[in-house]
Ligand binder design. Structure first.
Ligand code: 16G
Ligand code: MG
Length: 552
């Protein structure tokens, strides 16, 4: 042990085994570190150290580490940290993680750790506890051992949660840290998670007519074993048919299936073509089961998608109704948080009924904004979201004296919803149960749910540019401030289309600029998107010889 309190020699010798690739710069972005699994070894080792430091900083409370690349292709992998309440890592620590990941030599690794310890005022004598898990990617086991070396280097008491979903890991972190407390989040095990969800669901659907079978597309990922456990527990209370459950064959993960495939291609996963009956409900999870998209085929076999916006509309309206029925109107205010990607029709539908806030893309922005409501419903259009009940709301629910059996029932339902919903993070399985509860209460099929409002046709286009950082936005990413003058040009185009809306933002996860456009008719939405993409390409100095031919 050196005078700084670090086991310098031990860190150095372990670090030796996990050298940083010379030519790669890593960045802790909106979803943590994420790139090809084959280049992430040194990052994992160093994230193990950062996790230990974070736990020490949090007075020895348990933090979480999830090894996953979510909906990305199978060769990718990634890692993200979870703070003690089960939330995403505090933003200021993202830069510490980035700095340590990019230290070039062993000496620099030590120096960077020392500098983080000093800047963040970390007491190294505190204990460090970390719970960690991985998804089903083949690169997972090796990367996890690098992570474990990092734990060893900084003296972490590790707890391996094995192969599980991202939301389960978030749940575990919160459950471990609230164990034995009045605000205990539940039993700190995967079984505890499933029984919490399952019990709440069964309570909510008791006495309701039996549901017809729901198909779950598990993206050939970690959602498959998880959904299977859930399905066993639910028994007849929700008949489930699992599809895309192959977690051993190479290259099938997220390939032609899963929530991202459905949302981006706006198509049925081909593997479901002969399985999904007209009118039957189906949903897709992503590769780590924190995103959910529903869909169905109508009587003519046409595909209809029910995305995060539709989930938000369904759920928010239901909670507002229960709050009224429970006699809590005025005491509990429900609000919704969306991003610029929310379909204009959903924003219109929701704003006519309750307060709606728009924030920049990325779960942490939505989560924090939702915390400001008594009940905050947040969803990204891509299917990531949840509902947060504030501490005051939880107390209001616990203390409220209902004046009638109807009020009492509504109150019980609200309390069960707080158990059913994973309030730490968006959770595909928990959200799926939530949707199923509302559909059951409203006696809605997918068709009735879909008809709450009609989506404006929309189009998403990627533009590869030399420097995406040249694109800067304001007003929750709805307007560009740089490159100068481009926003005016975009608005000039938008105004030419009925219900036209378009915005441009640099991606936080890929080296591209994204263009979103919507308009009253599909061909116009496409045209607007490709025109704006063309403007962006030219403005960013794109080579005319390589200009994609669809850009107008
Ligand atoms: C990340 C975000 C997701 C966001 C997406 C946008 C988290 C956990 N995930 O996956 O919320 O929708 O990035 O990607 O925050 P983009 O910046 O490439 O468009
Ligand atoms: Mg995911």
């Amino acid at each position: 042990m050196s005078s700084s309190g670090l086991a310098v020699e031990e860190i150095k010798s372990l670090s030796e085994a996990h050298p940083k690739p010379a030519d790669i710069q890593f960045q802790y972005g909106t979803a943590g570190f994420r790139t090809l699994g084959s280049v992430l070894d040194s990052v994992m080792f160093r994230v193990g150290i950062i996790a230990g430091l974070r736990s020490k900083k949090c007075d020895g409370r348990t933090v979480g580490v999830m090894v996953t690349a979510s909906h990305n292709p199978e060769p990718d992998n990634g890692v993200k940290l979870v703070d003690p309440k089960g939330e995403m890592l505090e933003a200021s620590w993202e830069s510490y993680a980035t700095r340590l990941a990019n230290a070039t030599t062993n000496d620099e690794v030590i120096k960077t750790i020392e500098s983080i310890v000093e800047t963040a005022k970390i007491d190294l004598s505190k204990p460090a506890k970390v719970v960690y898990a991985r998804d089903t990617r083949p690169s997972g086991p090796t990367l996890v051992s690098a992570l474990e070396d990092g734990f060893k280097a900084i003296g972490v008491e590790p707890r391996n949660a094995g192969v599980t979903t991202t939301p389960v890991l978030h749940y575990l972190v919160r459950a471990i840290n609230t164990k034995g407390e009045r605000c205990s989040y539940g039993e700190d095990s995967e079984e505890g998670y499933f029984s919490k969800l399952g019990d709440a669901f069964k309570k909510l659907v008791t006495g309701r007519p039996a549901a017809s079978p729901l198909i779950i597309d598990c993206a050939n990922g970690v959602g498959a074993p998880a959904a299977e456990k859930l399905s066993e527990l639910l028994g007849n209370s929700l008949p489930i048919i699992l599809e895309n459950t192959d977690i051993t064959t190479k290259d099938v993960l997220n390939n032609g299936c899963g929530a991202d495939y459905v949302k981006t291609s706006q198509k049925l996963p081909p593997s479901l073509a002969n399985k999904l009956q007209p009118g039957q409900r189906a949903c897709s999870l992503d590769g780590d089961a924190d995103r959910l998209i529903y869909f169905y085929l109508d009587n003519r076999g046409a595909f209809h998608m029910l995305d995060g916006d539709k989930i938000a509309a369904l759920v928010a309206a239901f909670i507002v109704e229960l709050v009224k029925l429970a006699g809590l109107e005025g005491l509990i205010k429900v609000g919704v948080v969306q991003t610029a990607y929310a379909n204009g029709a959903s924003t219109k539908y929701l704003s006519e009924r309750l307060p709606v806030k728009c924030v920049p893309t990325g779960v942490k922005h939505l989560h924090h904004a939702a915390e400001r409501y008594d009940v905050g419903v947040y969803f990204e259009a891509n299917g990531h979201g949840t509902v947060l009940f504030s501490q005051v709301t939880m107390e209001t629910l616990a203390q409220h004296q209902p004046l009638s059996p109807a009020q009492s029932r509504a109150l019980e339902h609200l309390i069960s919803l707080t158990e059913l919903i994973n309030q730490t993070v968006g959770d595909a399985l928990s959200d799926m149960l939530l949707v199923e509860v509302v559909l059951s209460y409203k006696s809605y099929s997918g068709i009735e749910w879909d008809s709450l409002y009609v989506d404006l046709p929309n189009r998403l286009v990627k533009v590869v540019v030399a420097d995406r950082n040249a694109f800067k936005t304001e007003d929750a990413e709805r307007r560009l401030v740089s490159p100068e003058g481009l926003q005016q040009k975009i608005e000039g185009l938008m105004n030419r289309y009925q219900s036209g809306r378009s915005f441009v933002r640099p991606s936080g996860t890929e080296d591209v600029v994204r263009v979103y456009a919507e308009a009253a008719i599909k061909s116009q939405a496409d045209e607007l998107a490709f025109r704006v993409a063309g403007l962006v390409y030219d403005e960013a100095g794109g080579d005319p010889a390589n200009r994609p031919k669809e850009f107008l």
